[in-house]
Design a binder for this molecule. Structure first.
Ligand code: SF4
Length: 427
């Protein structure tokens, strides 16, 4: 692996037969517009095999001048548009974005850091969110009414977030209410507290706000679960089963008390007795990027580098988290690398664009992705400089395209759940 090349450059070299490594899809070498108009699906990358809901937003055709432009031309056009828009614009870039986008971002961070960055710029009329759909929704909820949040490519969703839709969660909730009732116990604790991961639609955040629940991130999931257990006898956690399981296990909850809720089956495929014993009911969602990491990859890293430090994201399956030396959010991983004072070999289990950037920024360390196959997130990949140039040049021309608007009723309840998260303090 060439630590100075971007992931996009690595993929181009692989497809041309000039690199001794592999990618999960040679189609990643093409512009994402090749898939936005094609059969409905997440497109090449880690989520390509996931089932996509019919309601998922689609992106219209990108004008030819942006599809045909060279990377250098797009780069210059983005810089020029940014200069013209000045303080009226703020560009946010997620850690998992391609390098060719990140270099134009005013802020780089995880989904919640970026949503907060948006709130720190009330002077900006336009917040261009280079990330995925639920992140732009959160920025719209937290930003002021006058600010417009723009997602450069509407096809940049998130397959994990799409695994829990509001109808299925409401059906689950009705069944749980039939089993547990709706009255609190003698200690005043509710029968169930809903907890949604930040990686979910605004409708689910609103559901949590309305039902005494809360939002969590991968950085504060343990604090949030403790908050929920102070107020409830058990938790319904969605959409990511792995974050829920890894965090609950860390808090000492036995696996037998964490049934999996398979959406379409009665009682989620569980017996009433299982659910009576449950402490955390896990939604059957997962991230296809983090599901690629395996214990076998960790064993190989340890065989190749006996002193390796293995850090994985809590969206990885439990056996992978157990086999790693540490696990934590993207911000935890970044800080762990930055804090290492001696040259260290790091094997990291998270999205490859972030790992590649850490390797380029820290040449004193040997940093590599646990998964040897170059396979970025299918939807983060959809944000290409062509789309960024297109939305920015439209703004310069006074036209807002791809605005993300969360309806007012959803916003108010979602904000309640987000504010509970902000107020929850580690104990
Ligand atoms: S990395 Fe996983 S959780 Fe993040 S946007 Fe991609 S599919 Fe969704």
């Amino acid at each position: 692996m060439n630590p100075t090349a971007s992931v996009n450059e690595r993929i181009q070299l692989i497809v041309k037969g000039r690199a001794n490594e592999s990618t999960c899809s040679p189609a990643l070498a093409e512009g994402p517009w090749a898939f936005d108009q094609g059969p409905l699906g997440y497109g090449p990358g880690a989520s390509s095999q996931d089932e996509i809901p019919l309601s998922t937003p689609r992106q219209g055709s990108l004008p030819k001048e942006y599809r045909d432009a060279t990377e250098a031309d797009l780069h210059e056009r983005i810089i020029a548009a940014k200069k013209t828009l000045g303080e009226r614009l703020v560009i946010l870039g997620h850690f998992y974005q391609r390098e060719e986008i990140v270099q134009h971002a005013d802020y780089l961070g995880d989904s919640f850091q970026l949503a907060r960055a948006a709130t720190e710029h009330p002077e900006a009329d336009y917040i261009v969110f280079c990330g995925v759909h639920f992140m732009a929704e959160t920025a719209d909820i937290l930003s002021s009414d006058q600010q417009k949040v723009i997602l450069p490519n509407l096809a940049a969703g998130c397959s994990m977030a799409d695994m829990a839709d509001i109808d299925s969660v409401e059906q689950c909730w009705e069944q749980l209410e039939e089993i547990y009732g709706t009255e609190p116990d003698a200690a005043g604790r509710q029968p169930v507290i809903p907890v949604t991961y930040m990686n979910s639609s605004a409708a689910l955040k609103a559901f949590c706000g309305e039902h005494g629940g809360i939002v969590c991130t991968s950085s504060n999931a343990s604090t949030v679960l403790k908050w929920a257990f102070e107020r409830g006898q058990r938790v319904l956690f969605f959409p990511d089963q792995h974050l829920g399981r890894n965090t609950a296990k860390q808090l000492g909850i036995p696996l037998e008390q964490m049934p999996l809720w398979a959406g379409r089956r009665p009682l989620g495929g569980n017996t009433e007795a299982d659910l009576q014993e449950a402490k955390v009911i896990l939604w059957n969602g997962f991230c296809s990027v983090h599901k690629r990491f395996t214990v076998g990859q960790i064993e190989k890293a340890r065989a190749d580098y006996p002193d390796v430090r293995v850090i994985v994201h809590p969206e990885c399956p439990m056996d992978v988290v157990d086999a790693a030396d540490e696990f934590g959010s993207t911000d935890y991983i970044r800080k762990a690398v930055e804090a290492a004072t001696e040259p260290t070999t790091f094997a990291i289990g998270t999205e490859i664009n972030m790992v590649q950037r850490l390797a380029a920024q820290h040449p004193q360390h040997n940093i590599f992705c646990l998964d040897p196959v170059v396979c970025p997130c299918s939807t983060m990949y959809r944000i290409h400089p062509g789309y960024l140039a297109w939305v920015l040049e439209n703004l310069v021309a006074g036209k807002v395209v791809n605005q993300i608007i969360v309806p007012e009723t959803v916003q108010s309840n979602a904000k309640i759940a987000l504010e509970r998260m902000l107020a929850a303090q580690p104990s």
